[in-house]
Every structure is written in C-alpha cells, then in structure tokens.
Design a protein around this ligand. Structure first.
Ligand code: ADE
Length: 247
C-alpha cells in the first residue's frame, strides 16, 4: 500500500439500496454499470464510485450478507481501482457498550466474524477473521464519530454462541458485511474504512427486525450526513494523512 498516494477516487460499498439512496441522491450519482447483480453509480469525474450488492433474482430481496459483499467489493476494486474503500451501512449496537439508535460509528481496531466456528488449530483463528483496521482515531475525533469493533455474521439475529464470541471480541457493533469487505481489501491491498449507523440494539428484548424497520430511515439519514463528512475528509489526502494524522 502506497501511504503517500493522495486519494483521487473513493469507492463506497453498500449492501442495501435503501442504505445508499440518500448518498446517491445527495451527490446526484448516475448509474453507470451493472455487473451481474452489482450496481455501480458515479459522479461526473468518477472520483466517487458507489456500488450496491444488488437484488436476489428469485426473492427480490437485497443481496445482504458476506457472499454478495465479497463479490461486490472484489468486482468494485478490480473494475474501478479506488484509492480507498469505505463500507457504509447499518448495524446493530450493544447498549451495554454505549451504542444508541442513530449513532454513527467508524470501525476501530479490527473487524471479526462471530459465526464461523471451526474448532481446529489454525482454522479457529481463520474463522474468527480478525482483520486489523488502520487507525481511525483522527477520523473519530475530527468527524465526531464513535469508534467500535465490528463483528460480522450472516444472520440478523444471533444464537448464544454468537453472543459469546461477540463479547469475547469486545464488539460494539454487529453487521453482516464488514469483515468480508475487510478481507477483500486485504487481498487487493486497499485501505479500508467501515462507517456504520445503528438501527437496533442487540442486547435488548425488542425483536431486531422490528427495531431495524422502525429506525432505518433515521439511521440512513445520519449515515449519509457523516459519510459526506468522511468523503470530504479523505479526498485529496494521502493514506498516511488520513490514518496517522496527529492533529
Ligand atoms: N444490520 C442492522 N442491524 C443488524 C443486526 N442487528 N445484525 C446484523 N446486521 C444488522
């Protein structure tokens, strides 16, 4: 990774169209390409590329989860070669760790999985993922974003073992994509930032899907507001300035 390279093109990976709409409208992005299910949008000079996982042809559902996110990120990076990849989306938050509905977080320290349990030497660590993130302290400070560890799995709900692993990882947020996107970024050598807005509380008794639907609009509006600030912050800066800024 060339730490001195200035960011000219920002790639933003979303899972759901509903998560991305505010951003697509804000920047007046045009749809430029569809590669299989993945949809690409850009501004006039292609300095901002937004990609969506797209829809499942059979069910009409958005292709959420780690497989579509992996494909989306890989095709995005190999087709458009962004200087930095941002995963923007929604997440569940742990209230015991301070998360509240509508809070926007930048991922910090690492992203992990909580539903890839392979109890054999080496495979246990492989399953957890544990992808290190670049230092987001300056981003958090400048943009007034909370910071937290994100844990990824392929279910909106969780089983007891998932919860145990999320707690062991000190996760503050639970999502369905970030770790898989971090994995692709590691392979293709792209700097990665995750920005997530809280739609629901993991450690309360309200069914997740009820809270998710109720708070989706608030969370995505907050996400877009902070994403615009993040885009302004990273553009034209070097990777070194973005992640190691001591100011
Ligand atoms: N996205 C929004 N809320 C979520 C949750 N509770 N788990 C996984 N992904 C989510």
């Amino acid at each position: 990774m060339d730490l001195a390279k200035k960011v000219a093109r920002i790639g933003i990976v979303f899972a759901m169209k509903g998560e991305a709409m505010a951003t697509i409208q804000y920047y007046k992005l045009n749809k430029i390409k569809e590669i299989d299910s993945i949809e690409f949008y850009s501004n006039d000079d292609d300095s901002l590329i937004v990609s969506l996982n797209g829809k499942c042809a059979e069910t009409g559902a958005d292709n959420v989860g780690t497989q579509p996110a992996t494909l989306n990120t890989y095709v995005h990076c190999t087709t458009f070669n962004p200087d930095i990849v941002i995963n923007a989306g929604t997440a569940g938050g742990f209230q015991f760790a301070g998360a509240q509905i509508g809070d926007v977080y930048v991922g910090s320290r690492k992203v992990v999985y909580h539903d890839r349990r392979i109890p054999m030497p080496r495979y246990d660590d492989y399953g957890m993922g544990n992808y290190a993130l670049l230092n987001t302290n300056a981003i958090s400070r400048k943009l007034n974003l909370k910071q937290g560890i994100i844990s990824t799995g392929n279910s909106l709900d969780f089983v007891d073992k998932d919860l145990q692993l999320m707690k062991a990882s000190q996760a503050v947020l639970k999502d369905m994509e970030a770790a898989s996107i971090a994995w692709v970024c590691k392979i293709v050598n792209k700097p990665f930032i995750a920005i997530k807005s809280v739609t629901d509380i993991v450690d309360n008794d309200i069914p997740t899907e009820i809270e998710f639907k109720k708070n989706f609009q608030l969370a995505t509006a907050n996400l877009n507001q902070k994403l615009v600030e993040l885009i302004d912050y990273v553009k034209h800066k070097s990777i070194d300035e973005i992640f190691n800024s001591a100011e």
